[in-house]
Ligand binder design. Structure first.
Ligand code: SF4
Ligand code: SF4
Ligand code: SF4
Ligand code: FES
Length: 934
């Protein structure tokens, strides 16, 4: 496939908004051709859409019209002069001419001026063949330039190569402001400005800083918008222009951005966000666009390895030997200790197809339901809470729904760091006037950043979410802000009445909650009124909601509030989990939990189990299997002895590291399938090399339930796809599993899962990503859930009594530790630490409030000992009032930091999701060296 096949047709200006377009089509004539365009369309867009060329430079369809370059001029009958077509809306009966002698002369003159101040190095320029200035010069027929370079020019300006991923060469800049506007309109960071006037105008990052020292977050939107080689990817400079394109999906966060992987032969040159991507519409963050170098990093393990004992060195073996080794050891354990002594863990980093075969291997070949997934430690409370209240375990909206929200509540999530592309969309809506409520112990960037300010920041104490949500709901109920009609029509009467009585009780008032949450009651009251009384109010939440001992309770509290106020079932409202990993939603959908088959159907349901038994031709266990924490504790107890782990570094990512290490060390056979050796593989007997997203063929499902294709950009470097490895282990264990390709696995998923019934690779390739449920072959998916009725019929209110966590601060551990992510790094850092993203976050630090720091004699940058009841680690302190007194915060991206050494085994009462967000700790200055990655 040629790169040209995938070139997005840039129509110069954005499509008009729905309101403008609603007034109907406009008919006009352009160059004698009758053209029809929606009202509000510009003449430029109407012409380009009709196949009539008009040159342009400052215009591009991802940005609002600007009208600075004067290249797109046209003549309009009855009007004086030559208006810019990019800023002129179409009008009925308009007669437009795009090619006249006057226009040709003016355009040529404009181009001549640009080129007279531009290096004439087209042949050796990295953008040669991909430069709009070059194209337009050709288009207007510019053959020579009358002005020499003797006068003042910008040709001697030095390059800024401080950013690891892109370069800025001001000598090539035509000051079209596309970069500045992209940073403002698309990314929402406002890092760039045009400094100076007229001839002196230049582009500057922040206050004329180097890019690396500026506010720039390296999203690359400016690079993508730049029509010349002024802002350009270093990979293009080094390797030349790509010549082919494969469309695929980012492998980092749950936003699930679509990309065009641009290659030259087998070499990946650039990841360009796909303008047609349903989740990202042409935008990306620094991780997806730039941090893909890990896929070819020298640390990757490409050959299978085995060893009898974990203190022996690894032996490289063939795939057949490794698969036999794993199968024989797992079979031997099952024979000696019973079939329930083995199990598997699937990964939210892997495709739906890879996850599906792992759970099938466990259920059909291992003969039990001991399958769990890393979603256990992040969003399992979402699954439970939303299923109980709404009837299905998924977010209610697509991302574009936020464009219709008037009030946005962000609880326990930090989208600018963890879900950056969604954050850009959200910030755009805030700049349009929507109001923001942030509930978070920490002053996240959304609370106040360029052109964004939260109306309320409810800075609650870690562990008091449920008290807060009950207080918000109390205000809605006691101040007559309930949407009675919605509740009467759409919700269970009895459960609502019980909940109304419960929540109206004085113990749930903001005044009563204040003693737990620390949030002034008045703030809670005003925030509750803002949310409840809004025309459209929506909730976005993250792991700050789920990773608590009451994670599931809190999810149900959010659902209660949304139902009571009628903010569910249409554009601009809803309850939306921001999923951490690229395929958390998919891993859960695929039946990775020990009690559920794909599509969230209980293993004890005879009819459902029967359908799997007849498709798989095997008897299946009707009893739920073990969750990860149970597997670990039974491993220590000696009952559980063999484990297959697909792409999850349990020993770093799960709480109470020492306990996890003891459990893994106790296993007779640990099989790890991963890209790199990691903390977990230190305890493994078999290492099966995994494939990066660039080698995978399959699908990921993002936080919107959108099933996106992941296409192989290159053949598996290991020689075997991960699903093939798993099928071969199952077969070697005596249960034959075979597919010709990943598409056949999806066909089986569709046959067995009602919400996926209409999904196939062919349809996804034809139609693009689709949001489940996709109920039949004709369905294009479902943007918004619960529109006319809840999936479970009537919405169900659940009583959400606040029970303080057992993890209390005391005199010995007076501070509360909470954790989170930073933009440039990703989870345990396996990938991002192997890219130039370490430029921004070479180590984790501990944020501590100035008052707490002073009390302990800690200065900014000091080494500190962070200790809890479970363990201790050393970090550098960062003294900041982003956290409140009594709270400290760190990220967990570096194994050297080992943040989970201090976290506890406390977990959500319903799902065992660990309580990562609350650990009682003490912080002291130390002379111990800060721990480094090993
Ligand atoms: S850097 Fe590129 S996008 Fe920005 S003003 Fe210069 S030419 Fe235009
Ligand atoms: S990379 Fe992104 S944040 Fe940085 S200047 Fe460009 S658009 Fe702005
Ligand atoms: S927002 Fe998430 S999915 Fe999109 S590019 Fe960034 S990491 Fe990838
Ligand atoms: S493209 Fe219209 S003025 Fe630049």
């Amino acid at each position: 496939m040629n790169a040209a096949d995938h070139v997005h047709r840039d129509l110069g200006t954005p499509a008009p908004g729905c309101d403008a377009a609603a007034s109907g089509p406009v008919h006009l004539t352009i160059d004698g051709v009758a053209v029809e365009a929606p009202a509000g369309t510009t003449v430029l867009r109407a012409a380009l859409a009709a196949g009539i060329g008009i040159p342009k430079l400052c215009a591009t369809d991802s940005l609002a019209p600007f009208g600075s370059c004067r290249v797109c001029l046209v003549e309009i009958q009855g009007r004086k002069g030559t208006p810019a077509s990019c800023t002129t809306p179409v009008e009925a009966g308009m007669v437009v001419r795009t090619q006249t002698e006057t226009l040709a002369r003016v355009r040529k003159g404009v181009l001549e001026l640009y080129i007279s101040d531009h290096p004439l190095d087209c042949l050796t320029c990295a953008a040669n063949g991909d430069c709009e200035l070059q194209d337009v010069a050709g288009e207007v027929g510019l053959r020579d330039v009358r002005y020499g370079f003797a006068g003042a020019n910008h040709l001697g300006q030095g390059k800024d190569e401080s950013n690891p991923y892109f370069a800025f060469d001001p000598s090539k800049c035509i000051v079209c402001s596309r970069c500045v506007r992209a940073c403002e309109e698309v990314q929402g960071t406002f890092a760039l400005t045009v400094t100076g006037r007229g001839f002196e105008s230049t582009i500057a990052a922040s206050a004329a800083d180097l890019f690396i020292d500026s506010e720039c977050v390296s999203c690359g939107a400016c690079v993508q918008a730049c029509p010349t080689a002024t802002l350009i990817e270093k990979t293009v400079v080094e390797n030349g222009q790509p010549d082919r394109v494969v469309k695929t999906t980012c492998a980092y966060c749950g936003v699930g951005c679509s990309f065009k992987a641009e290659l030259k032969g087998d070499q990946l040159i650039r990841m360009e966000p796909d303008p047609d991507g349903g989740a990202n519409h042409g935008h990306s963050c620094v991780k997806g666009r730039f941090a893909w170098g890990y896929a070819t990093h020298r640390d990757r393990v490409l050959k299978p390895q085995v060893r009898e004992r974990i203190d022996e060195p690894w032996r490289e073996v063939s795939w057949d030997q490794a698969i036999d080794f794993a199968a024989q050891h797992l079979r031997a354990i099952a024979a000696k200790y019973g079939r329930h002594a083995i199990g598997g863990i699937s990964s939210s980093r892997c495709t739906n197809e890879e996850v599906f075969v792992v759970q099938k291997m466990v259920r059909a070949a291992f003969g039990n339901n001991n399958i769990d997934t890393c979603a256990r430690v992040c969003h399992s409370p979402t699954g439970y809470g939303l299923k109980q209240t709404f009837g299905t375990s998924a977010g209610t909206q697509d991302f574009q729904s936020v464009d219709h929200a008037d009030v946005i509540m962000v609880i326990g999530a930090n989208p600018t760091d963890a879900h950056p592309v969604f954050a850009s969309r959200l910030k755009k809506r805030l700049r349009q006037g929507a109001q923001l409520i942030v509930a978070d112990p920490r002053r996240i960037d959304l609370v106040r950043s360029a052109h964004v300010e939260a109306r309320h920041h409810l800075q609650l104490r870690p562990g008091t979410n449920v008290a807060l949500i009950n207080a918000l709901a109390h205000v809605a109920v006691t101040e007559a802000l309930v949407d009675e009609a919605f509740v009467a029509d759409r919700c269970e009467h009895d459960s609502f009445e019980r909940w109304r009585t419960f929540i109206a009780s004085e113990e749930h008032s903001p005044e009563a909650a204040e003693s737990f949450t620390g949030v002034p009651a008045d703030d809670v009251r005003r925030a509750a009124r803002l949310y409840a009384a809004a025309r459209n109010a929506t909730i976005y939440y993250g792991l700050g909601v789920t990773e608590h001992s009451q994670g599931s309770t809190m999810v149900m509290g959010l659902a209660n509030l949304a139902m009571a106020t009628g903010h569910i079932g249409r554009d601009g409202v809803g309850v939306n989990p921001l999923r951490g990993q690229n395929n958390v939603q998919g891993a859960c959908d695929m039946g990775s939990f020990p009690h559920e088959f794909s599509g969230y159907r209980h293993v004890s349901d005879d009819a459902v189990r029967g359908s799997f038994e007849s498709q798989w031709r095997v008897r299946l266990d009707a009893e739920p299997g073990l969750r990860i924490p149970n597997m670990l504790s039974q491993a220590i107890g000696g009952e559980f002895r063999g484990l297959f782990v697909q792409g999850e570094d349990l020993a770093q990512s799960d709480p109470n590291t020492q306990h996890v290490a003891d459990a893994l060390r106790s296993l007779d056979c640990l099989v790890v399938q991963d890209l790199f050796h990691n903390e977990t593989s230190k305890f493994a007997h078999v290492f099966l090399p995994g494939t990066s997203f660039l080698e995978k063929d399959g699908t990921y499902t993002n936080a919107e339930r959108r099933i996106n294709r992941v296409r192989p950009v290159m053949a598996p470097k290991t020689g075997l796809s991960e699903w093939e490895t798993v099928c071969q282990i199952a077969t070697a264990m005596g249960y034959p599993m075979h597919y010709d390709n990943a598409a056949q696995i999806m066909d089986e998923i569709a046959a067995l899962t009602p919400t996926f019934r209409g999904v196939s690779f062919a349809k996804l390739d034809r139609e693009g990503g689709m949001q489940w449920p996709v109920s039949d072959a004709t369905s294009r998916g479902t943007r918004i859930l619960h529109e006319d009725a809840f999936v479970r019929g009537k919405g169900r209110f659940v009583l959400t009594r606040y029970v303080p966590t057992d993890e209390r601060s005391n005199r010995r551990y007076p501070l509360l530790l909470t954790t989170g992510r930073i933009l440039s790094q990703y989870n345990v850092g396996t990938q991002t630490r192997r890219t130039a993203n370490v430029t921004w976050h070479a180590r984790d630090v501990l944020e501590i409030h100035p008052h707490d720091a002073e009390l302990r004699g800690i200065a900014d940058g000091d080494a500190v000992l962070l200790s809890s009841r479970k363990g201790s680690t050393t970090l550098a302190a960062q003294v900041t009032d982003r956290v409140t007194e009594g709270v400290v915060y760190t990220t967990f991206h570096h194994p050297g930091t080992a943040a989970n050494v201090v976290t506890t085994e406390n977990s959500d009462w319903a799902t065992n999701c660990p309580e990562y967000k609350v650990t009682a700790v003490e912080v002291r200055p130390t002379n111990e060296p800060i721990r480094q990655d090993g």
